[in-house]
Design a protein around this ligand. Structure first.
Ligand code: URP
Ligand code: ZN
Ligand code: ZN
Length: 466
């Protein structure tokens, strides 16, 4: 298929210019002024629009057995939401239970995705146990195209690893050139504080954040940084939420620890008062680390603009309010953690970041696409607009306006944390490897979805973090 995108403003992490883009097959063939359309080419009129490299979400959960239930999306529903929101590649967490065989788990996660996705995808391989069989198993998974691991310092007894396991995972990763992504919270503090709160009758969602205050996350970050320093392993802190944790991560970076930092769109636009809403409404906003005091939002935005925080993800983890969040009606520790947002990341970054001047358009591309690609071995195939790169492109209409609602979103979940919010800008047309998957999209419902399930491919990655 040949597609000519005419008259748009190309925006990358460092450049901004008007040009036409010719896509032939799966890649970008030419970029230039007034390109002539080859016979039979499809033409997309991009005048008045930005043309961005496809956005990449580095932290997504789709198949997620967690807290006694399963996250609601399938690859079909999640990838539909992704492309409608401008995300053309996602990296899912493969999260085996502690007793699961890692290779078998990897096969399960692959089987859920291959042939079922509209967008491209890869996985961070969760390391939830480390014994004498683990190095061979993980090495074989790396050979199959996985170049990042995931560890949880929280969720002891489920996904969490102990310190010996953490140390060995980082040593192995360093030797393989793999980067280790980590959920940083001190699990002992979480369980002690949860026990105290429940014993005091503080059982509703509003108390969840008290069980894991900023110090708990800062301690987790510091813990990981100590292990990273001693092993020399490249690390990536997922879902950093607050000033205290950021301070520890930046102090470590300053002394040479190899660390990349991710925050989430939720922490940038929601705050702990949302989780304190009465009548169990707050359960919609329960995630870990929790939503923080609103003062943290500006700290995070400034750190993004300054390049101190590197990426913005969603940690998309959809659990229905009516039937799943309700499992914690009398005990906040039983509320499945997560706030679905895969579809909303780019437009919320644009509306609340770019338009008020907190970040630039280049920052948007950098934190939601290019740096993700560079960190996780996808660049320059992804995250770039360049001849030879995959034709993953988002034609973004900055004049579009829409209202976010669970009634019209494409995610398979019965609520939206952003219900009724006005949103500016929209991924009007989206290409994944040269195939148009959204045509005249409006950011709402499934309007414009033309991509086929199965078009999305597993993207093999090669380790580079030696
Ligand atoms: O609350 C969260 N973050 N849910 C998803 C699982 C995780 O910790 O990433
Ligand atoms: Zn996590
Ligand atoms: Zn997660």
């Amino acid at each position: 298929m040949t597609i000519l995108i005419q008259g748009g403003e190309v925006v990358t992490d460092s450049e901004r210019y008007h040009a036409d883009i010719l896509c032939e097959g799966e890649t970008i063939a030419r970029i230039g002024q007034h390109l002539t359309a080859p016979a039979g080419a499809e033409i997309i009129d991009a005048r008045g629009c930005h043309v961005f490299p496809g956005f990449i979400d580095p932290h997504v959960h789709i198949h997620l057995p967690f807290m006694g239930t399963h996250a609601k999306d399938t690859y079909e529903s999640a990838s539909r939401a992704a492309v409608l929101g401008g995300t053309t590649t996602l990296i899912e967490m493969c999260c085996p239970a502690r007793d699961d065989d890692p290779v078998e788990a990897f096969e399960v996660w692959m089987s859920k995705a291959v042939g079922h996705s509209i967008c491209d995808f890869s996985f961070h391989m969760g390391v939830t146990r480390f014994d004498e069989t683990t190095p061979a198993a993980l090495t074989s998974i790396v050979r199959r195209g996985i170049s990042s691991f995931k560890v949880f310092l929280a969720y002891k007894g489920a996904f969490g690893v102990d310190d010996a396991e953490l140390y060995r995972t980082l040593q192995l990763a360093k030797s393989l050139g793999v980067i280790v992504t980590a959920h940083c919270e001190n699990e002992t503090l979480v369980s002690e504080r949860s026990r105290e709160l429940l014993a005091a009758g503080k059982c509703d969602p509003a108390h969840h954040h008290e069980s894991r205050p900023p110090q708990v996350e800062a301690e987790g970050v510091n813990h990981l940084m100590t292990f990273a320093e001693l092993t020399g392993c490249a690390t990536y802190i997922v879902h950093l939420s607050c000033a205290e944790a950021l301070e520890r991560a930046l102090a470590a970076r300053k002394r040479g620890v190899r660390v990349t930092i991710e925050t989430l769109i939720q922490y940038l636009v929601l705050d702990k008062q949302d989780a304190e809403r009465g009548g169990f409404e707050g359960a919609k906003f329960v995630m870990s680390p929790p939503l923080r005091d609103v003062r943290n939002q500006e700290v995070l935005w400034r750190a993004l603009a300054a390049g101190d925080i590197d990426t913005v993800a969603t940690d998309h983890a959809p659990f229905d309010f009516a039937t799943q969040k309700s499992m914690g009606a009398s005990d906040f520790t039983k509320i499945p953690n997560g706030i679905p947002s895969l579809q909303e990341r780019v437009s919320l970054l644009y509306t609340h970041g770019v338009l008020p001047g907190r970040i630039t358009l280049h920052d948007l591309v950098r934190i939601a696409s290019t740096t993700v690609a560079q960190t996780f071995g996808l660049y320059p195939r992804k995250g770039a607009i360049a001849v030879g790169s995959d034709a993953d492109l988002v034609i973004f209409d900055p004049a579009a306006r829409s209202t976010i609602s669970a009634a019209t979103h494409a995610m398979n979940v019965d609520y939206s944390a952003f219900e009724g919010w006005e949103r500016c800008g929209c991924a009007r047309d989206v290409l994944v490897r040269g195939t148009r998957v959204v045509r005249d999209g409006t950011c709402t419902d499934r309007v414009g979805l033309v991509g086929h399930v199965g078009h999305g491919q597993f993207i093999a990655r090669t380790p580079s973090h030696f």
